[in-house]
Ligand binder design. Structure first.
Ligand code: NAI
Length: 284
């Protein structure tokens, strides 16, 4: 019961990573304010009865809505101990030479501005509360190209940097700020923005589940629970000396090129070894 008596705000809590993290915090004694634009998903989460979870309909693109969320959580409980700024979606899919200004702004608003103001409006309620902690969801996409669309990658790199700078700003109030960089995690994020009939969506989901099981050195797909556990650690006293950092939770997806960990993957070194073998065989 690491979070008994704590007030916790989780955004993007109606689905995937946010929902699983809200459940974990609630099971461990926290009062969880679960925020999302998806009211049906939020109501379903509350109905599961995992603990004291209170759904707050919130669009994180609205700073007024974020402020109201934080005020409500503090108003009902006396303050805020933990915030998980997690809501998100894939954002604009165009490459940099094709993206339109509005699409760029929408992606940045959803993925970066929401985190900045999630911090901004929570802090007045978190100052000097023992163990106060903020966790932001970045992504492996913050580390380089090839993991996501361009705008998303830029936004998540900004979240990582915001995390560091915010940790410096908020040190005076005893608030730690950290980020998680999830790898390939099995959630709705890959299909929710696709305009597909339900049947095709379930096929796409199954394909993604299969791809995610083979994408990294750990031989299984990443699950929301993997990120929930990391978030609970970063928000807990056990991480009391962890601050301003980004924790990769990616099964090793970013450790290096595939041939370095997958003996089946074709590689230049493998080709050279095979040529050497051939040459030895024909000489002998
Ligand atoms: P998900 O699609 O299962 O959950 C995202 C939630 O955010 C949904 O409930 C959605 O309704 C909510 N949301 C979207 N826009 C919102 C808005 N304007 N206001 C309030 N809520 C909003 O996806 P998942 O995977 O759980 O995503 C959570 C976070 O994890 C996101 O920030 C995402 O970028 C990040 N992430 C996910 C990865 C993955 O492989 N699933 C990898 C790296 C990062």
């Amino acid at each position: 019961m690491r979070f008994s008596g704590k007030t916790i705000v989780v955004t993007g809590a109606a689905s995937g990573i946010g929902a699983e993290t809200a459940r974990l915090f609630a099971r461990e004694g926290g009062v969880v304010f679960a925020a999302d634009i998806d009211a049906e998903g939020g109501d379903r989460l509350v109905a599961e009865g995992a603990g004291d979870i209170r759904f707050v309909s919130t669009d994180v693109c609205s700073t007024e809505a974020i402020e109201a969320l934080m005020d409500r959580a503090a108003g009902e409980t006396g303050g805020i101990d933990v915030v998980f700024n997690n809501a998100g979606a894939g954002g604009a899919r165009e490459k940099i030479h094709e993206i339109e200004p509005e699409a760029w702004d929408r992606t940045m608003d959803l993925l970066v501005r929401s985190v900045a103001f999630g911090i901004r409006y929570a802090v007045p309620h978190m100052k000097d509360r023992p163990g106060a902690a903020i966790v932001n969801t970045a992504s492996v996409a913050a580390t380089g190209s090839g993991y996501s669309p361009t705008a998303y990658a830029v936004a998540k790199a900004a979240v990582l940097h915001l995390t560091k700078v915010a940790a410096a700003d908020l040190a005076q109030f005893g608030i730690r700020v950290n980020a998680i960089l999830p790898g390939f995690i099995n959630t709705n994020i890959f299909t929710s923005s696709l305009d597909l009939p339900d049947k095709t969506k379930s096929i796409a989901k199954a394909m993604i589940a299969q791809a995610s099981a083979n994408a990294q050195p750990v031989k299984r797909g990443g699950q929301p629970r993997d990120i929930a556990e990391a978030c609970a650690f970063l928000a807990s006293e056990a991480a009391g000396f962890v601050n301003g950092t980004g924790l990769l939770v990616d099964g090793g997806l970013t450790i290096g090129q595939r041939p370095s960990w997958d003996p089946e993957a074709p590689s230049a070194l493998g080709m050279l070894a095979a040529l050497e073998e051939q040459a030895k065989a024909s000489a002998g």
